[in-house]
Write a protein that binds this ligand. Structure first.
Ligand code: SAH
Length: 394
């Protein structure tokens, strides 16, 4: 079968030569062959030199590169990709660990697999496809995962209903595409939690905060803790294990509060140091009289697009101002942004202005980021999204 070819306009090959994995539609001169959304395509420069193979998509990103080598794209190709991702998780101490079995196995471009997210919960893989090409490849990918993971995989749940391009002519249905899961309980640093991949946000749990939660545990002893935007309560049960005197978890979603309570009960049955509230963040902080010694702010992405960054920064400023105003003297604030379009610098500057507004002496103790199972290709800085600061507030 002839692979269609996209020819770039002269000079537009530069970013691909620096291994950036996207071809924007404006860089395309013409196409040879029939091309439909989700097709494999070769990318050539204006002089007909091969540059890359990728997946074609209708939209501002026309091609997402899967390889810069002129190689055969067959089942073995995909197996090698999955194997590389699995090996990296072994190197990072995650695959095969006895105390953590929840981690990201595939992080899109960071693993050379644009459009694909795979999170592991014990032996269940929850996959999310963001491109039609990856969606069409799902059986090949399942085969590849089965051959690479062996007994470490018993089920694959697909959850692409909400993630495929809106206009794509496919009709994904969430559900198991291979096997069945015998358990929904996964482990993170020895703590247990229930994962609701069916109804939960994203793949059911936020695995990206694992290292940051472990850091929080170290600061928790004897402190009263507010875990704002708790979702399934991750930070809360680390704080409890770390010896917090009291933990309050807050989320506007009733379901999230229920999940948090279940997870706390799973790890610390009958422990009355914890209480969860289904309430809006600002309303809670306005009405609460307690001065917490340790606060976590991990809001949802305030900005999903460049054109709303300014509003998002205002949101982060308001939120952090409120926390810095209320936190107890000698308090510790863990504050995060998971908006990809909000840069590390912009976030830091925003928290800086919130600190200045509070008039308190604030020190940065740690600058946080996403963990090793969410790798960022050095050629694709857009893959970096999670940033956080740990502040000491005098
Ligand atoms: N910290 C969590 C992840 C947070 S995800 C963890 O470690 O897993 C963001 C959460 O913010 C979601 O659960 C969402 O329900 C909640 N949320 C969104 N808007 C909110 C608001 N205005 N007030 C309180 N919670 C909110």
């Amino acid at each position: 079968m002839q692979i269609p070819i996209i020819y770039l306009k002269p000079g537009k090959e530069q970013s691909l030569k620096r291994f950036h994995p996207w071809v924007f539609s404006g860089a395309v001169k013409n196409v040879r062959g029939n091309l439909e959304e989700g097709d494999l395509v070769a990318v050539h420069d204006a002089h007909d030199n091969f540059l890359a193979y990728g997946h074609y998509q209708i939209g501002s990103i026309a091609v997402r590169v899967i390889t810069f080598r002129d190689e055969v794209i067959d089942d073995n190709f995909w197996s090698r990709k999955i194997e590389a991702a699995w090996n990296l998780r072994k190197i990072a101490g995650l695959a095969g660990s006895s105390h953590t079995n929840a981690f990201r196995l595939v992080h899109g471009e960071g693993d050379g697999l644009p459009g694909l997210i795979v999170d592991m919960y014990d032996t269940t893989a929850v996959v999310q496809m963001h491109t039609v090409a990856m969606y069409r490849l799902r059986e090949t990918l399942v085969k590849a995962m089965r051959s690479v993971l062996g007994e470490a995989l018993t089920a694959v749940y697909e959850k692409s209903e909400g993630t495929l391009p809106f206009k794509a002519d496919v009709d994904p249905q969430n559900g198991f595409i291979w096997g069945r899961s015998s358990t929904r309980i996964a482990l993170e640093n020895g703590l247990k939690f229930n994962v609701d991949w069916e109804k939960g946000q994203k793949t059911g749990f936020f695995v990206d905060q694992r290292d940051n939660r472990a850091l929080l545990e170290r600061y928790s002893k004897g402190r009263s803790v507010l875990n704002m935007f708790c979702y399934t309560g991750g930070f809360s049960f680390y704080a409890m294990r770390g010896g917090a005197s009291m933990v309050h978890s807050v989320d506007s979603s009733e379901r999230a509060v229920q999940l948090t309570n279940e997870n706390v009960e799973l790890n610390f049955p009958g422990d009355n140091r914890h209480e969860a509230f289904a309430m809006d963040a600002f309303r809670f902080m306005e009405s609460s009289k307690h001065k917490y010694d340790l606060m976590v702010l991990d809001p949802p992405a305030f900005a999903k697009h460049m054109n709303v960054v300014k509003n998002a920064l205002q949101g982060y400023k308001r939120l952090n101002s409120k926390a810095l105003e209320q936190i107890a003297p000698g308090g510790i604030l863990f504050t995060f942004s998971c908006s990809q379009v909000v840069s590390r610098d912009a976030f830091r500057t925003t928290v800086f202005s919130a600190a200045a507004r509070s008039g308190r002496n604030v020190k940065i103790l740690h600058q946080l980021e996403q963990p090793a199972d969410h790798p960022v290709s050095i050629y694709h800085p857009e893959g970096e999204y999670l940033k956080g600061l740990v502040l000491f507030v005098e």
